[in-house]
Design a protein around this ligand. Structure first.
Ligand code: NAD
Ligand code: MG
Length: 407
């Protein structure tokens, strides 16, 4: 008998893995630690970080016997130290401590801080040439291809943890780059998939936070409702896999079972499927290049019965169109897109603007940026961080008139 060969496990990866989780107190952090908790003998936890939830962070630090913990709020250091008194856990606070957590020696780092705030800590990990599981799409969208360039220069391995990109990463392994014709990322369509534009305009915070399939942090849940999340993911796919906007398609798939598909020149389409549970792509990153035992439910397609697909609606969900526009414009436009969206989502959560105004603020900020003749190639990741700040200021300036304007 001559069986079809399967990939052999890499013995170099069979030892104990030192891991750090940036954004440990969040939804992705929780899923990551759930996998680590299941096989404690495989991992040693170096660093954990959180934003302001000291009690939650201290509890995790004790449970996982972390060497270092950092809370982003600099005023919380005393509280963190008190919560960890009598343990050997080193404590830090403030942005520099969160960056230090990324720089600490670990074989594998989960980058799961939300928003552009995750960029510098993720870069600190990348610069050490380690393996970085990247959940934080905003940092990639903000820093453009510099993030990837820095990773390549340092010899770091980026593993896409976002479910769609992880699916593409897995499917891409079945062909060569020059044989690829396009990739497709799926979108659930969010809670407003079937809503009329006028109703989407008036949607409340509670309605936007009700995702049909995925349980996630608040920012990404709102981005899913506006489909800005899919816009960020189109940009993310472009930078991760060096794809042009024309090579990336979005397909609405309400069941969230097929996550990403790759079409090759021979017209084969290779897809990755799984339950909508982030522990699946995270387990793939955690085990890579091997496979570990997962914690999510097994996929039962007979029980699911039907998988359906529809084309995305760029009119009711202008955030998706704007992402393609920003990607085609280049020269920092995706940084502006992300920054304006972060300002808009914060304003919506603070009930300062309507749901429909999120995409209007992003569009106005982008247009105003382009009209002012500000487009220029980004020279470095630091340029991206500076542009991120400028774009946030511009969006904040435009916010009052957007808030005042009825649709
Ligand atoms: P979350 O809000 O649940 O958690 C965010 C984490 O970042 C928390 O630990 C929080 O304390 C920390 N944080 C927030 N602001 C910070 C700051 N200024 N400085 C330092 N730490 C800060 O978010 P999440 O859903 O876990 O998402 C995290 C990232 O992963 C996001 O970029 C998101 O787009 C991406 N992602 C999430 C999912 C998901 O299913 N949740 C899926 C794909 C990608
Ligand atoms: Mg995703």
């Amino acid at each position: 008998m001559n069986p079809v060969p399967l990939k052999n496990a890499d013995p170099a990866h069979s030892g104990v893995r030192t891991v750090s989780v940036l954004g440990a107190t969040g939804s992705i952090g929780d899923s990551t630690l759930d996998l680590i908790r299941a096989e404690p003998e495989r991992y040693r936890v170096e660093a954990l970080t959180g934003n302001a939830n000291v009690a939650g962070l201290a509890k995790l630090a004790k449970e996982f016997n972390a060497r270092f913990v950092a809370v982003a709020d600099p005023a919380r250091l005393g509280e963190l130290r008190a919560a960890l008194a009598g343990t050997a856990v080193e404590c830090g606070a403030g942005e520099s401590a969160v960056i230090e957590a990324g720089a600490r020696p670990a074989d594998w780092v989960m980058a799961a801080i939300s928003g552009a705030a995750g960029l510098k800590p993720a870069l600190a990990a990348v610069d050490r040439g380690t393996t970085v599981a990247l959940a934080n799409k905003e940092c990639l969208v903000c820093a453009g291809d510099f993030f990837i360039t820095r990773a390549a220069a340092a010899g770091a391995q980026i593993l896409p943890a976002d479910s769609e990109h992880n699916a593409l990463f897995q499917a891409l392994a079945s062909g060569n780059r020059h044989e690829l014709t396009r990739v497709i990322i799926t979108a659930s369509g969010g809670p407003f998939r079937t809503w009329a534009a006028a109703d989407i305009e008036q949607a409340t915070l509670a309605q936007a936070l009700k995702h049909p399939n995925w349980s996630m942090g608040q920012k990404i849940t709102i981005d899913s409702a506006s489909m800005m999340n899919k816009g960020l993911e189109v940009i993310e796919a472009s930078y991760l896999f060096a794809l042009t906007p024309d090579e990336i398609d979005v397909l609405v798939h309400p069941q969230s079972i097929v996550h990403g598909l790759v079409e090759f020149a021979d017209r084969s389409v290779v897809a990755q499927l799984g339950a909508p549970d982030m522990r699946i792509p995270i387990a793939h990153c955690l085990g890579w290049p091997d496979r570990i035992t997962g914690r999510a439910a097994k996929l039962d397609l007979a029980k699911i019965g039907q998988l359906t697909f529809e084309a995305p609606d760029f009119t009711r969900f202008p955030g998706l169109r704007l992402a393609y526009d920003a990607l085609r414009t280049g020269n920092g436009a995706t940084t502006v897109y992300n920054a304006a969206n972060e300002v808009a989502v914060a304003a919506f959560m603070a009930q300062k603007i309507r749901f429909g105004a999120i995409s209007r603020l992003v569009e106005d900020t982008l247009n105003s940026w382009v009209r002012a003749g500000n487009l220029a190639p980004l020279g470095s990741a630091d340029d991206a961080i500076a542009l991120d700040h400028q774009a946030r200021n511009l969006a904040a300036t435009l916010l009052p008139q957007i808030a005042a304007k009825a649709s």
